[in-house]
Design a protein around this ligand. Structure first.
Ligand code: PMP
Ligand code: GLU
Length: 414
């Protein structure tokens, strides 16, 4: 940017020197595509447009009442009006260690846990703590839109490893090995996956875990959807299946998705004690502790009754089947059945290169723009998660909204 009337130092202006106002590191970051599409849909809804948004991965349910009550009680107690330790309340770290044993089959101490402002901060801190300038990170693609930005902020280089619908959106060890170089420091693993809903089987997790162990690379395993799996499946934790990996694995998780608590901003990272200590030092300067009230709510979530979690999962399961059945009625639209999370990742290449609404649409980005304009339905284009040709739909919406929105798509592409 040329320093002009609106910016730049006096010195820069006087000498006519070109000056960048935003640091290269931050200027290189793109706005989160998922949040951007969601914000656009909400802005249109605020103008009175009947937009149906399948954009953000956010449960439509209210947070279960006993969790909200715990927060209300906590907010009234002045002891919760203070800072907690930057890494979180000891009781919550204990509860998270317990959940890690129960759900991830991995025994850790409370000292190996940091409570973060959502899983997102845990993702960022995980990369920031172990990645050095120039290190390569293997990223199975399609990937959640935040990972490459967090890797870049840490000075790392993302190496994408693409797995299409033909392989169930799951990468293989052969693909990972082909992408590995002497600079490979870590790999990201996310099962159930955002954006595809793919769930790796125990054998697949084990193969990847053994390969990572042998290759001596770190695994950052994002388990935020671990409780949202269907058809009696289980999402196996990489450290449960390959326990020797524990010394080089960081588990990322949070309450947002399973407990319908996206707005409470509470996640965590679990890892080897030295990594957790170092990440805690970072967090002590970055954000300090997560809101005390949210931490109390999370204790209630993790230690209280789990029946509402199961009920929400049943609703997601029903909506998943409904959405897939309806989407597959559109000719050229291929929606594989996801096994976890709350996303359907459709292959829409059959609709591209064709005339829609009077012009040729060549990319999934153009297709999503067209769908939003013509049918008032918001979807996130595959470009946000990897290659063009795909669209993500979050089915964490009521059944009526799912039917209405997909009905509009069926008419649009009839
Ligand atoms: N990981 C994945 C794969 C996600 O989809 C999300 C959702 N935003 C997160 C982490 C972080 O969630 P949150 O920050 O809301 O806890
Ligand atoms: N994880 C959700 C999504 O992918 C929430 C939005 C975000 O933080 O990216 O849509």
């Amino acid at each position: 940017m040329i320093a002009g009337a609106f910016g730049g130092s006096l010195k820069g202006r006087l000498k006519g020197v070109t000056e960048s106002r935003i640091s290269k590191r931050i200027a290189a970051i793109a706005e989160s595509a998922t949040l951007k599409v969601d914000a656009k849909a909400k802005a249109l809804q605020a103008q009175g447009r009947p937009v149906i948004s399948y954009a953000a991965g956010e449960p439509d349910f209210a947070t279960p009442a006993h969790i909200v009550e715990a927060a209300v009680v906590a907010a009234r107690d002045p002891k919760n009006h203070r800072y907690t330790p930057a890494v979180g309340l000891p009781e919550l770290r204990e509860a998270i260690a317990h959940k890690t044993l129960t759900d991830s089959g991995t025994s850790v101490s409370a000292a190996q846990v940091i409570v973060t402002n959502g899983g997102k901060q845990a993702v960022y801190q995980a990369f920031a703590t172990i990645v050095d300038e120039g290190d390569e990170v293997l990223l199975p693609s399609p990937f959640w839109t935040t990972y490459p930005e967090a890797i870049a902020l840490a000075g790392g280089k993302t190496v994408e490893v693409f797995a299409g619908a033909d392989q169930g959106y799951k990468v293989t060890v052969d693909q990972l090995e082909a992408a590995r170089t002497s600079k490979t420091k870590a790999m990201l693993f996310c099962s159930p996956s955002n954006p595809t809903g793919a769930v790796y089987s125990r054998e697949e997790v084990e193969a990847i875990g053994r390969w990572a162990l042998e290759a001596g690379i770190w695994v950052i395993s994002d388990e935020i959807y671990q409780n949202l799996v269907y058809d009696g499946l289980k999402a196996f934790s990489i450290t449960e299946v390959v326990p020797e990996l524990i010394d080089r694995t960081i588990l990322v998780n949070g309450v947002a998705k399973s407990y319908a608590m996206t707005g409470w901003r509470l996640g965590w990272m679990v890892g080897p004690a030295d990594v957790i200590k170092a990440a805690g030092n970072l967090q002590s300067h970055l954000t300090s502790n997560v809101s005390n009230v949210s931490q109390r709510a999370a204790i209630a979530a993790l230690t209280g009754p789990q029946d509402e979690v199961l009920a929400m999962r049943e609703s997601f399961d029903r909506r998943r089947k409904l959405a897939v059945a309806e989407l597959n009625k559109i000719s050229g639209w291929v929606a594989p059945m996801p096994e976890g999370a709350f996303y359907v990742y459709s292959d829409v290449r059959g609709l591209l290169g064709r005339d829609w609404g009077g012009k040729t649409i060549n990319t999934s980005l153009e297709l999503c723009d067209y769908i939003l304009d013509a049918a008032e339905v918001a979807l996130v284009p595959g470009e946000a998660f990897g290659p063009s040709g795909y669209v993500r739909m979050s089915y964490a919406l009521g059944d009526d909204a799912i039917l209405e929105g997909i009905g509009r798509l069926q008419k649009l592409f009839a």
